[in-house]
Design a protein around this ligand. Structure first.
Ligand SMILES: [Zn+2]
Length: 333
């Protein structure tokens, strides 16, 4: 299997062999050219495919399928939204079937997932290893937005329209998350008080820092533009700065509320957490995970069987998850 992760600036490629081993342990990137429109981008994906099979000395005849993931919004079969998307601004992307186009271009079956679902699938398989196909999980990945996915018996739940697992836009109860005088945060999607409106880099910039900087007017970050300050906040968290701890504490609580909903929805065996926070210093990331766990209300029976974990290596998760999805589809016939 080949896995191709299509991003705003780069594609990343990997190869998964029939025994479940990845043949590369690092990023193998080429420019994705998505801003030049679909034709250049599909050509660039085909190039990524040729490069990776050459690099790993994989005979083309042995490649049974290709997994592809892109950022959304896109349908379950890889048709980009009719309104385009952040990475697909060019009008020729609107309603474009990127999966079908790549399949015709390289002459192999292409299996599509959105990037958050591919990452969740990889997180699940990495966490459970050999038991992955009999287990379930929910993954929350904190980045610019809040991505993730729901996995049941080793397969990601796609949904009728390909929109299952949009965990960032699940609205959560806000009591014990927000301060009494804190405005209800808004998300880019139009909702108020959803997970992404609190637990994302965008939320730090738009919602959390503007509030908390008023409570800490002397803080050094008050002198910085918000976008820059938002990116610097994690380093303050690692030093247990009170402002940073307040912001990240709210994020962890919000994710705990989300996981509480998950507990009553699919009752997963693992609650997985990834993204920028996992790349942070060990003490800080452990504190974050513990805070998420403290705010996830599980029943006793659930506590006995569920695990909470951080998932690393997520920079390769898209390509790897896409390859895992392709392998599953082939195995399922
Ligand atoms: Zn939202």
């Amino acid at each position: 299997m080949v896995g191709l992760d299509n991003g705003g600036t780069c594609n990343n490629a990997t190869v998964l062999d029939a025994t479940g081993q990845f043949l590369v342990d690092h990023l193998v990137e080429n420019p994705s050219l998505v801003t030049e429109g679909p034709e250049s981008a599909v050509e660039s994906l085909a190039e990524a495919f040729e490069n990776i099979i050459e690099l790993t000395s994989t005979p083309r005849t042995l490649v049974r399928a290709v997994g592809l993931d892109t950022p959304g919004p896109a349908s379950a079969t890889g048709v980009i939204s009719s309104k385009g998307g952040t990475n697909f601004g060019h009008v020729s992307w609107h309603g474009y079937d990127i999966r079908g186009a790549l399949e015709s271009r390289i002459g192999l079956p292409v299996i599509y997932n959105n990037d958050a679902n591919a990452a969740a699938l990889y997180a699940h398989h990495r966490h459970f290893g050999a038991d992955a196909m009999t287990r379930s999980s929910v993954s929350a990945i904190v980045g610019t937005g809040l991505g993730g996915g729901v996995v049941e018996n080793g397969r990601v739940i796609g949904g009728a329209a390909g929109m299952a697992g949009e965990l960032g836009h699940v609205q959560i109860p806000l009591h014990d998350v927000l301060e009494d005088d804190q405005p209800v945060p808004a998300c880019n999607c139009g909702f108020e008080g959803d997970v992404e409106s609190i637990a994302s880099l965008t939320a730090i910039k738009n919602n959390l820092l503007p509030y908390w900087l008023k409570r800490f007017p002397e803080h050094p970050l008050a002198a910085e533009p918000l976008a820059k300050a938002a990116k610097k906040l994690r380093a303050y968290g690692e030093k247990e700065d009170p402002l940073a701890m307040a912001v990240f504490g709210q994020q962890a609580k919000a994710i705990g509320k989300l996981f509480t909903i998950a507990a009553n929805f699919t009752d997963p065996g693992a609650y997985l957490l990834g993204g920028g926070v996992v790349e942070a210093a060990p003490r800080f990331r452990q504190w974050f995970l513990n805070t998420v766990r403290e705010h996830t209300q599980l029943r006793q029976e659930q506590q006995a069987v569920a695990s909470f974990a951080l998932v690393a290596d997520l920079d390769m998760a898209g390509a790897r998850g896409a390859a895992v999805a392709a392998l599953e589809r082939v195995n399922a016939g």
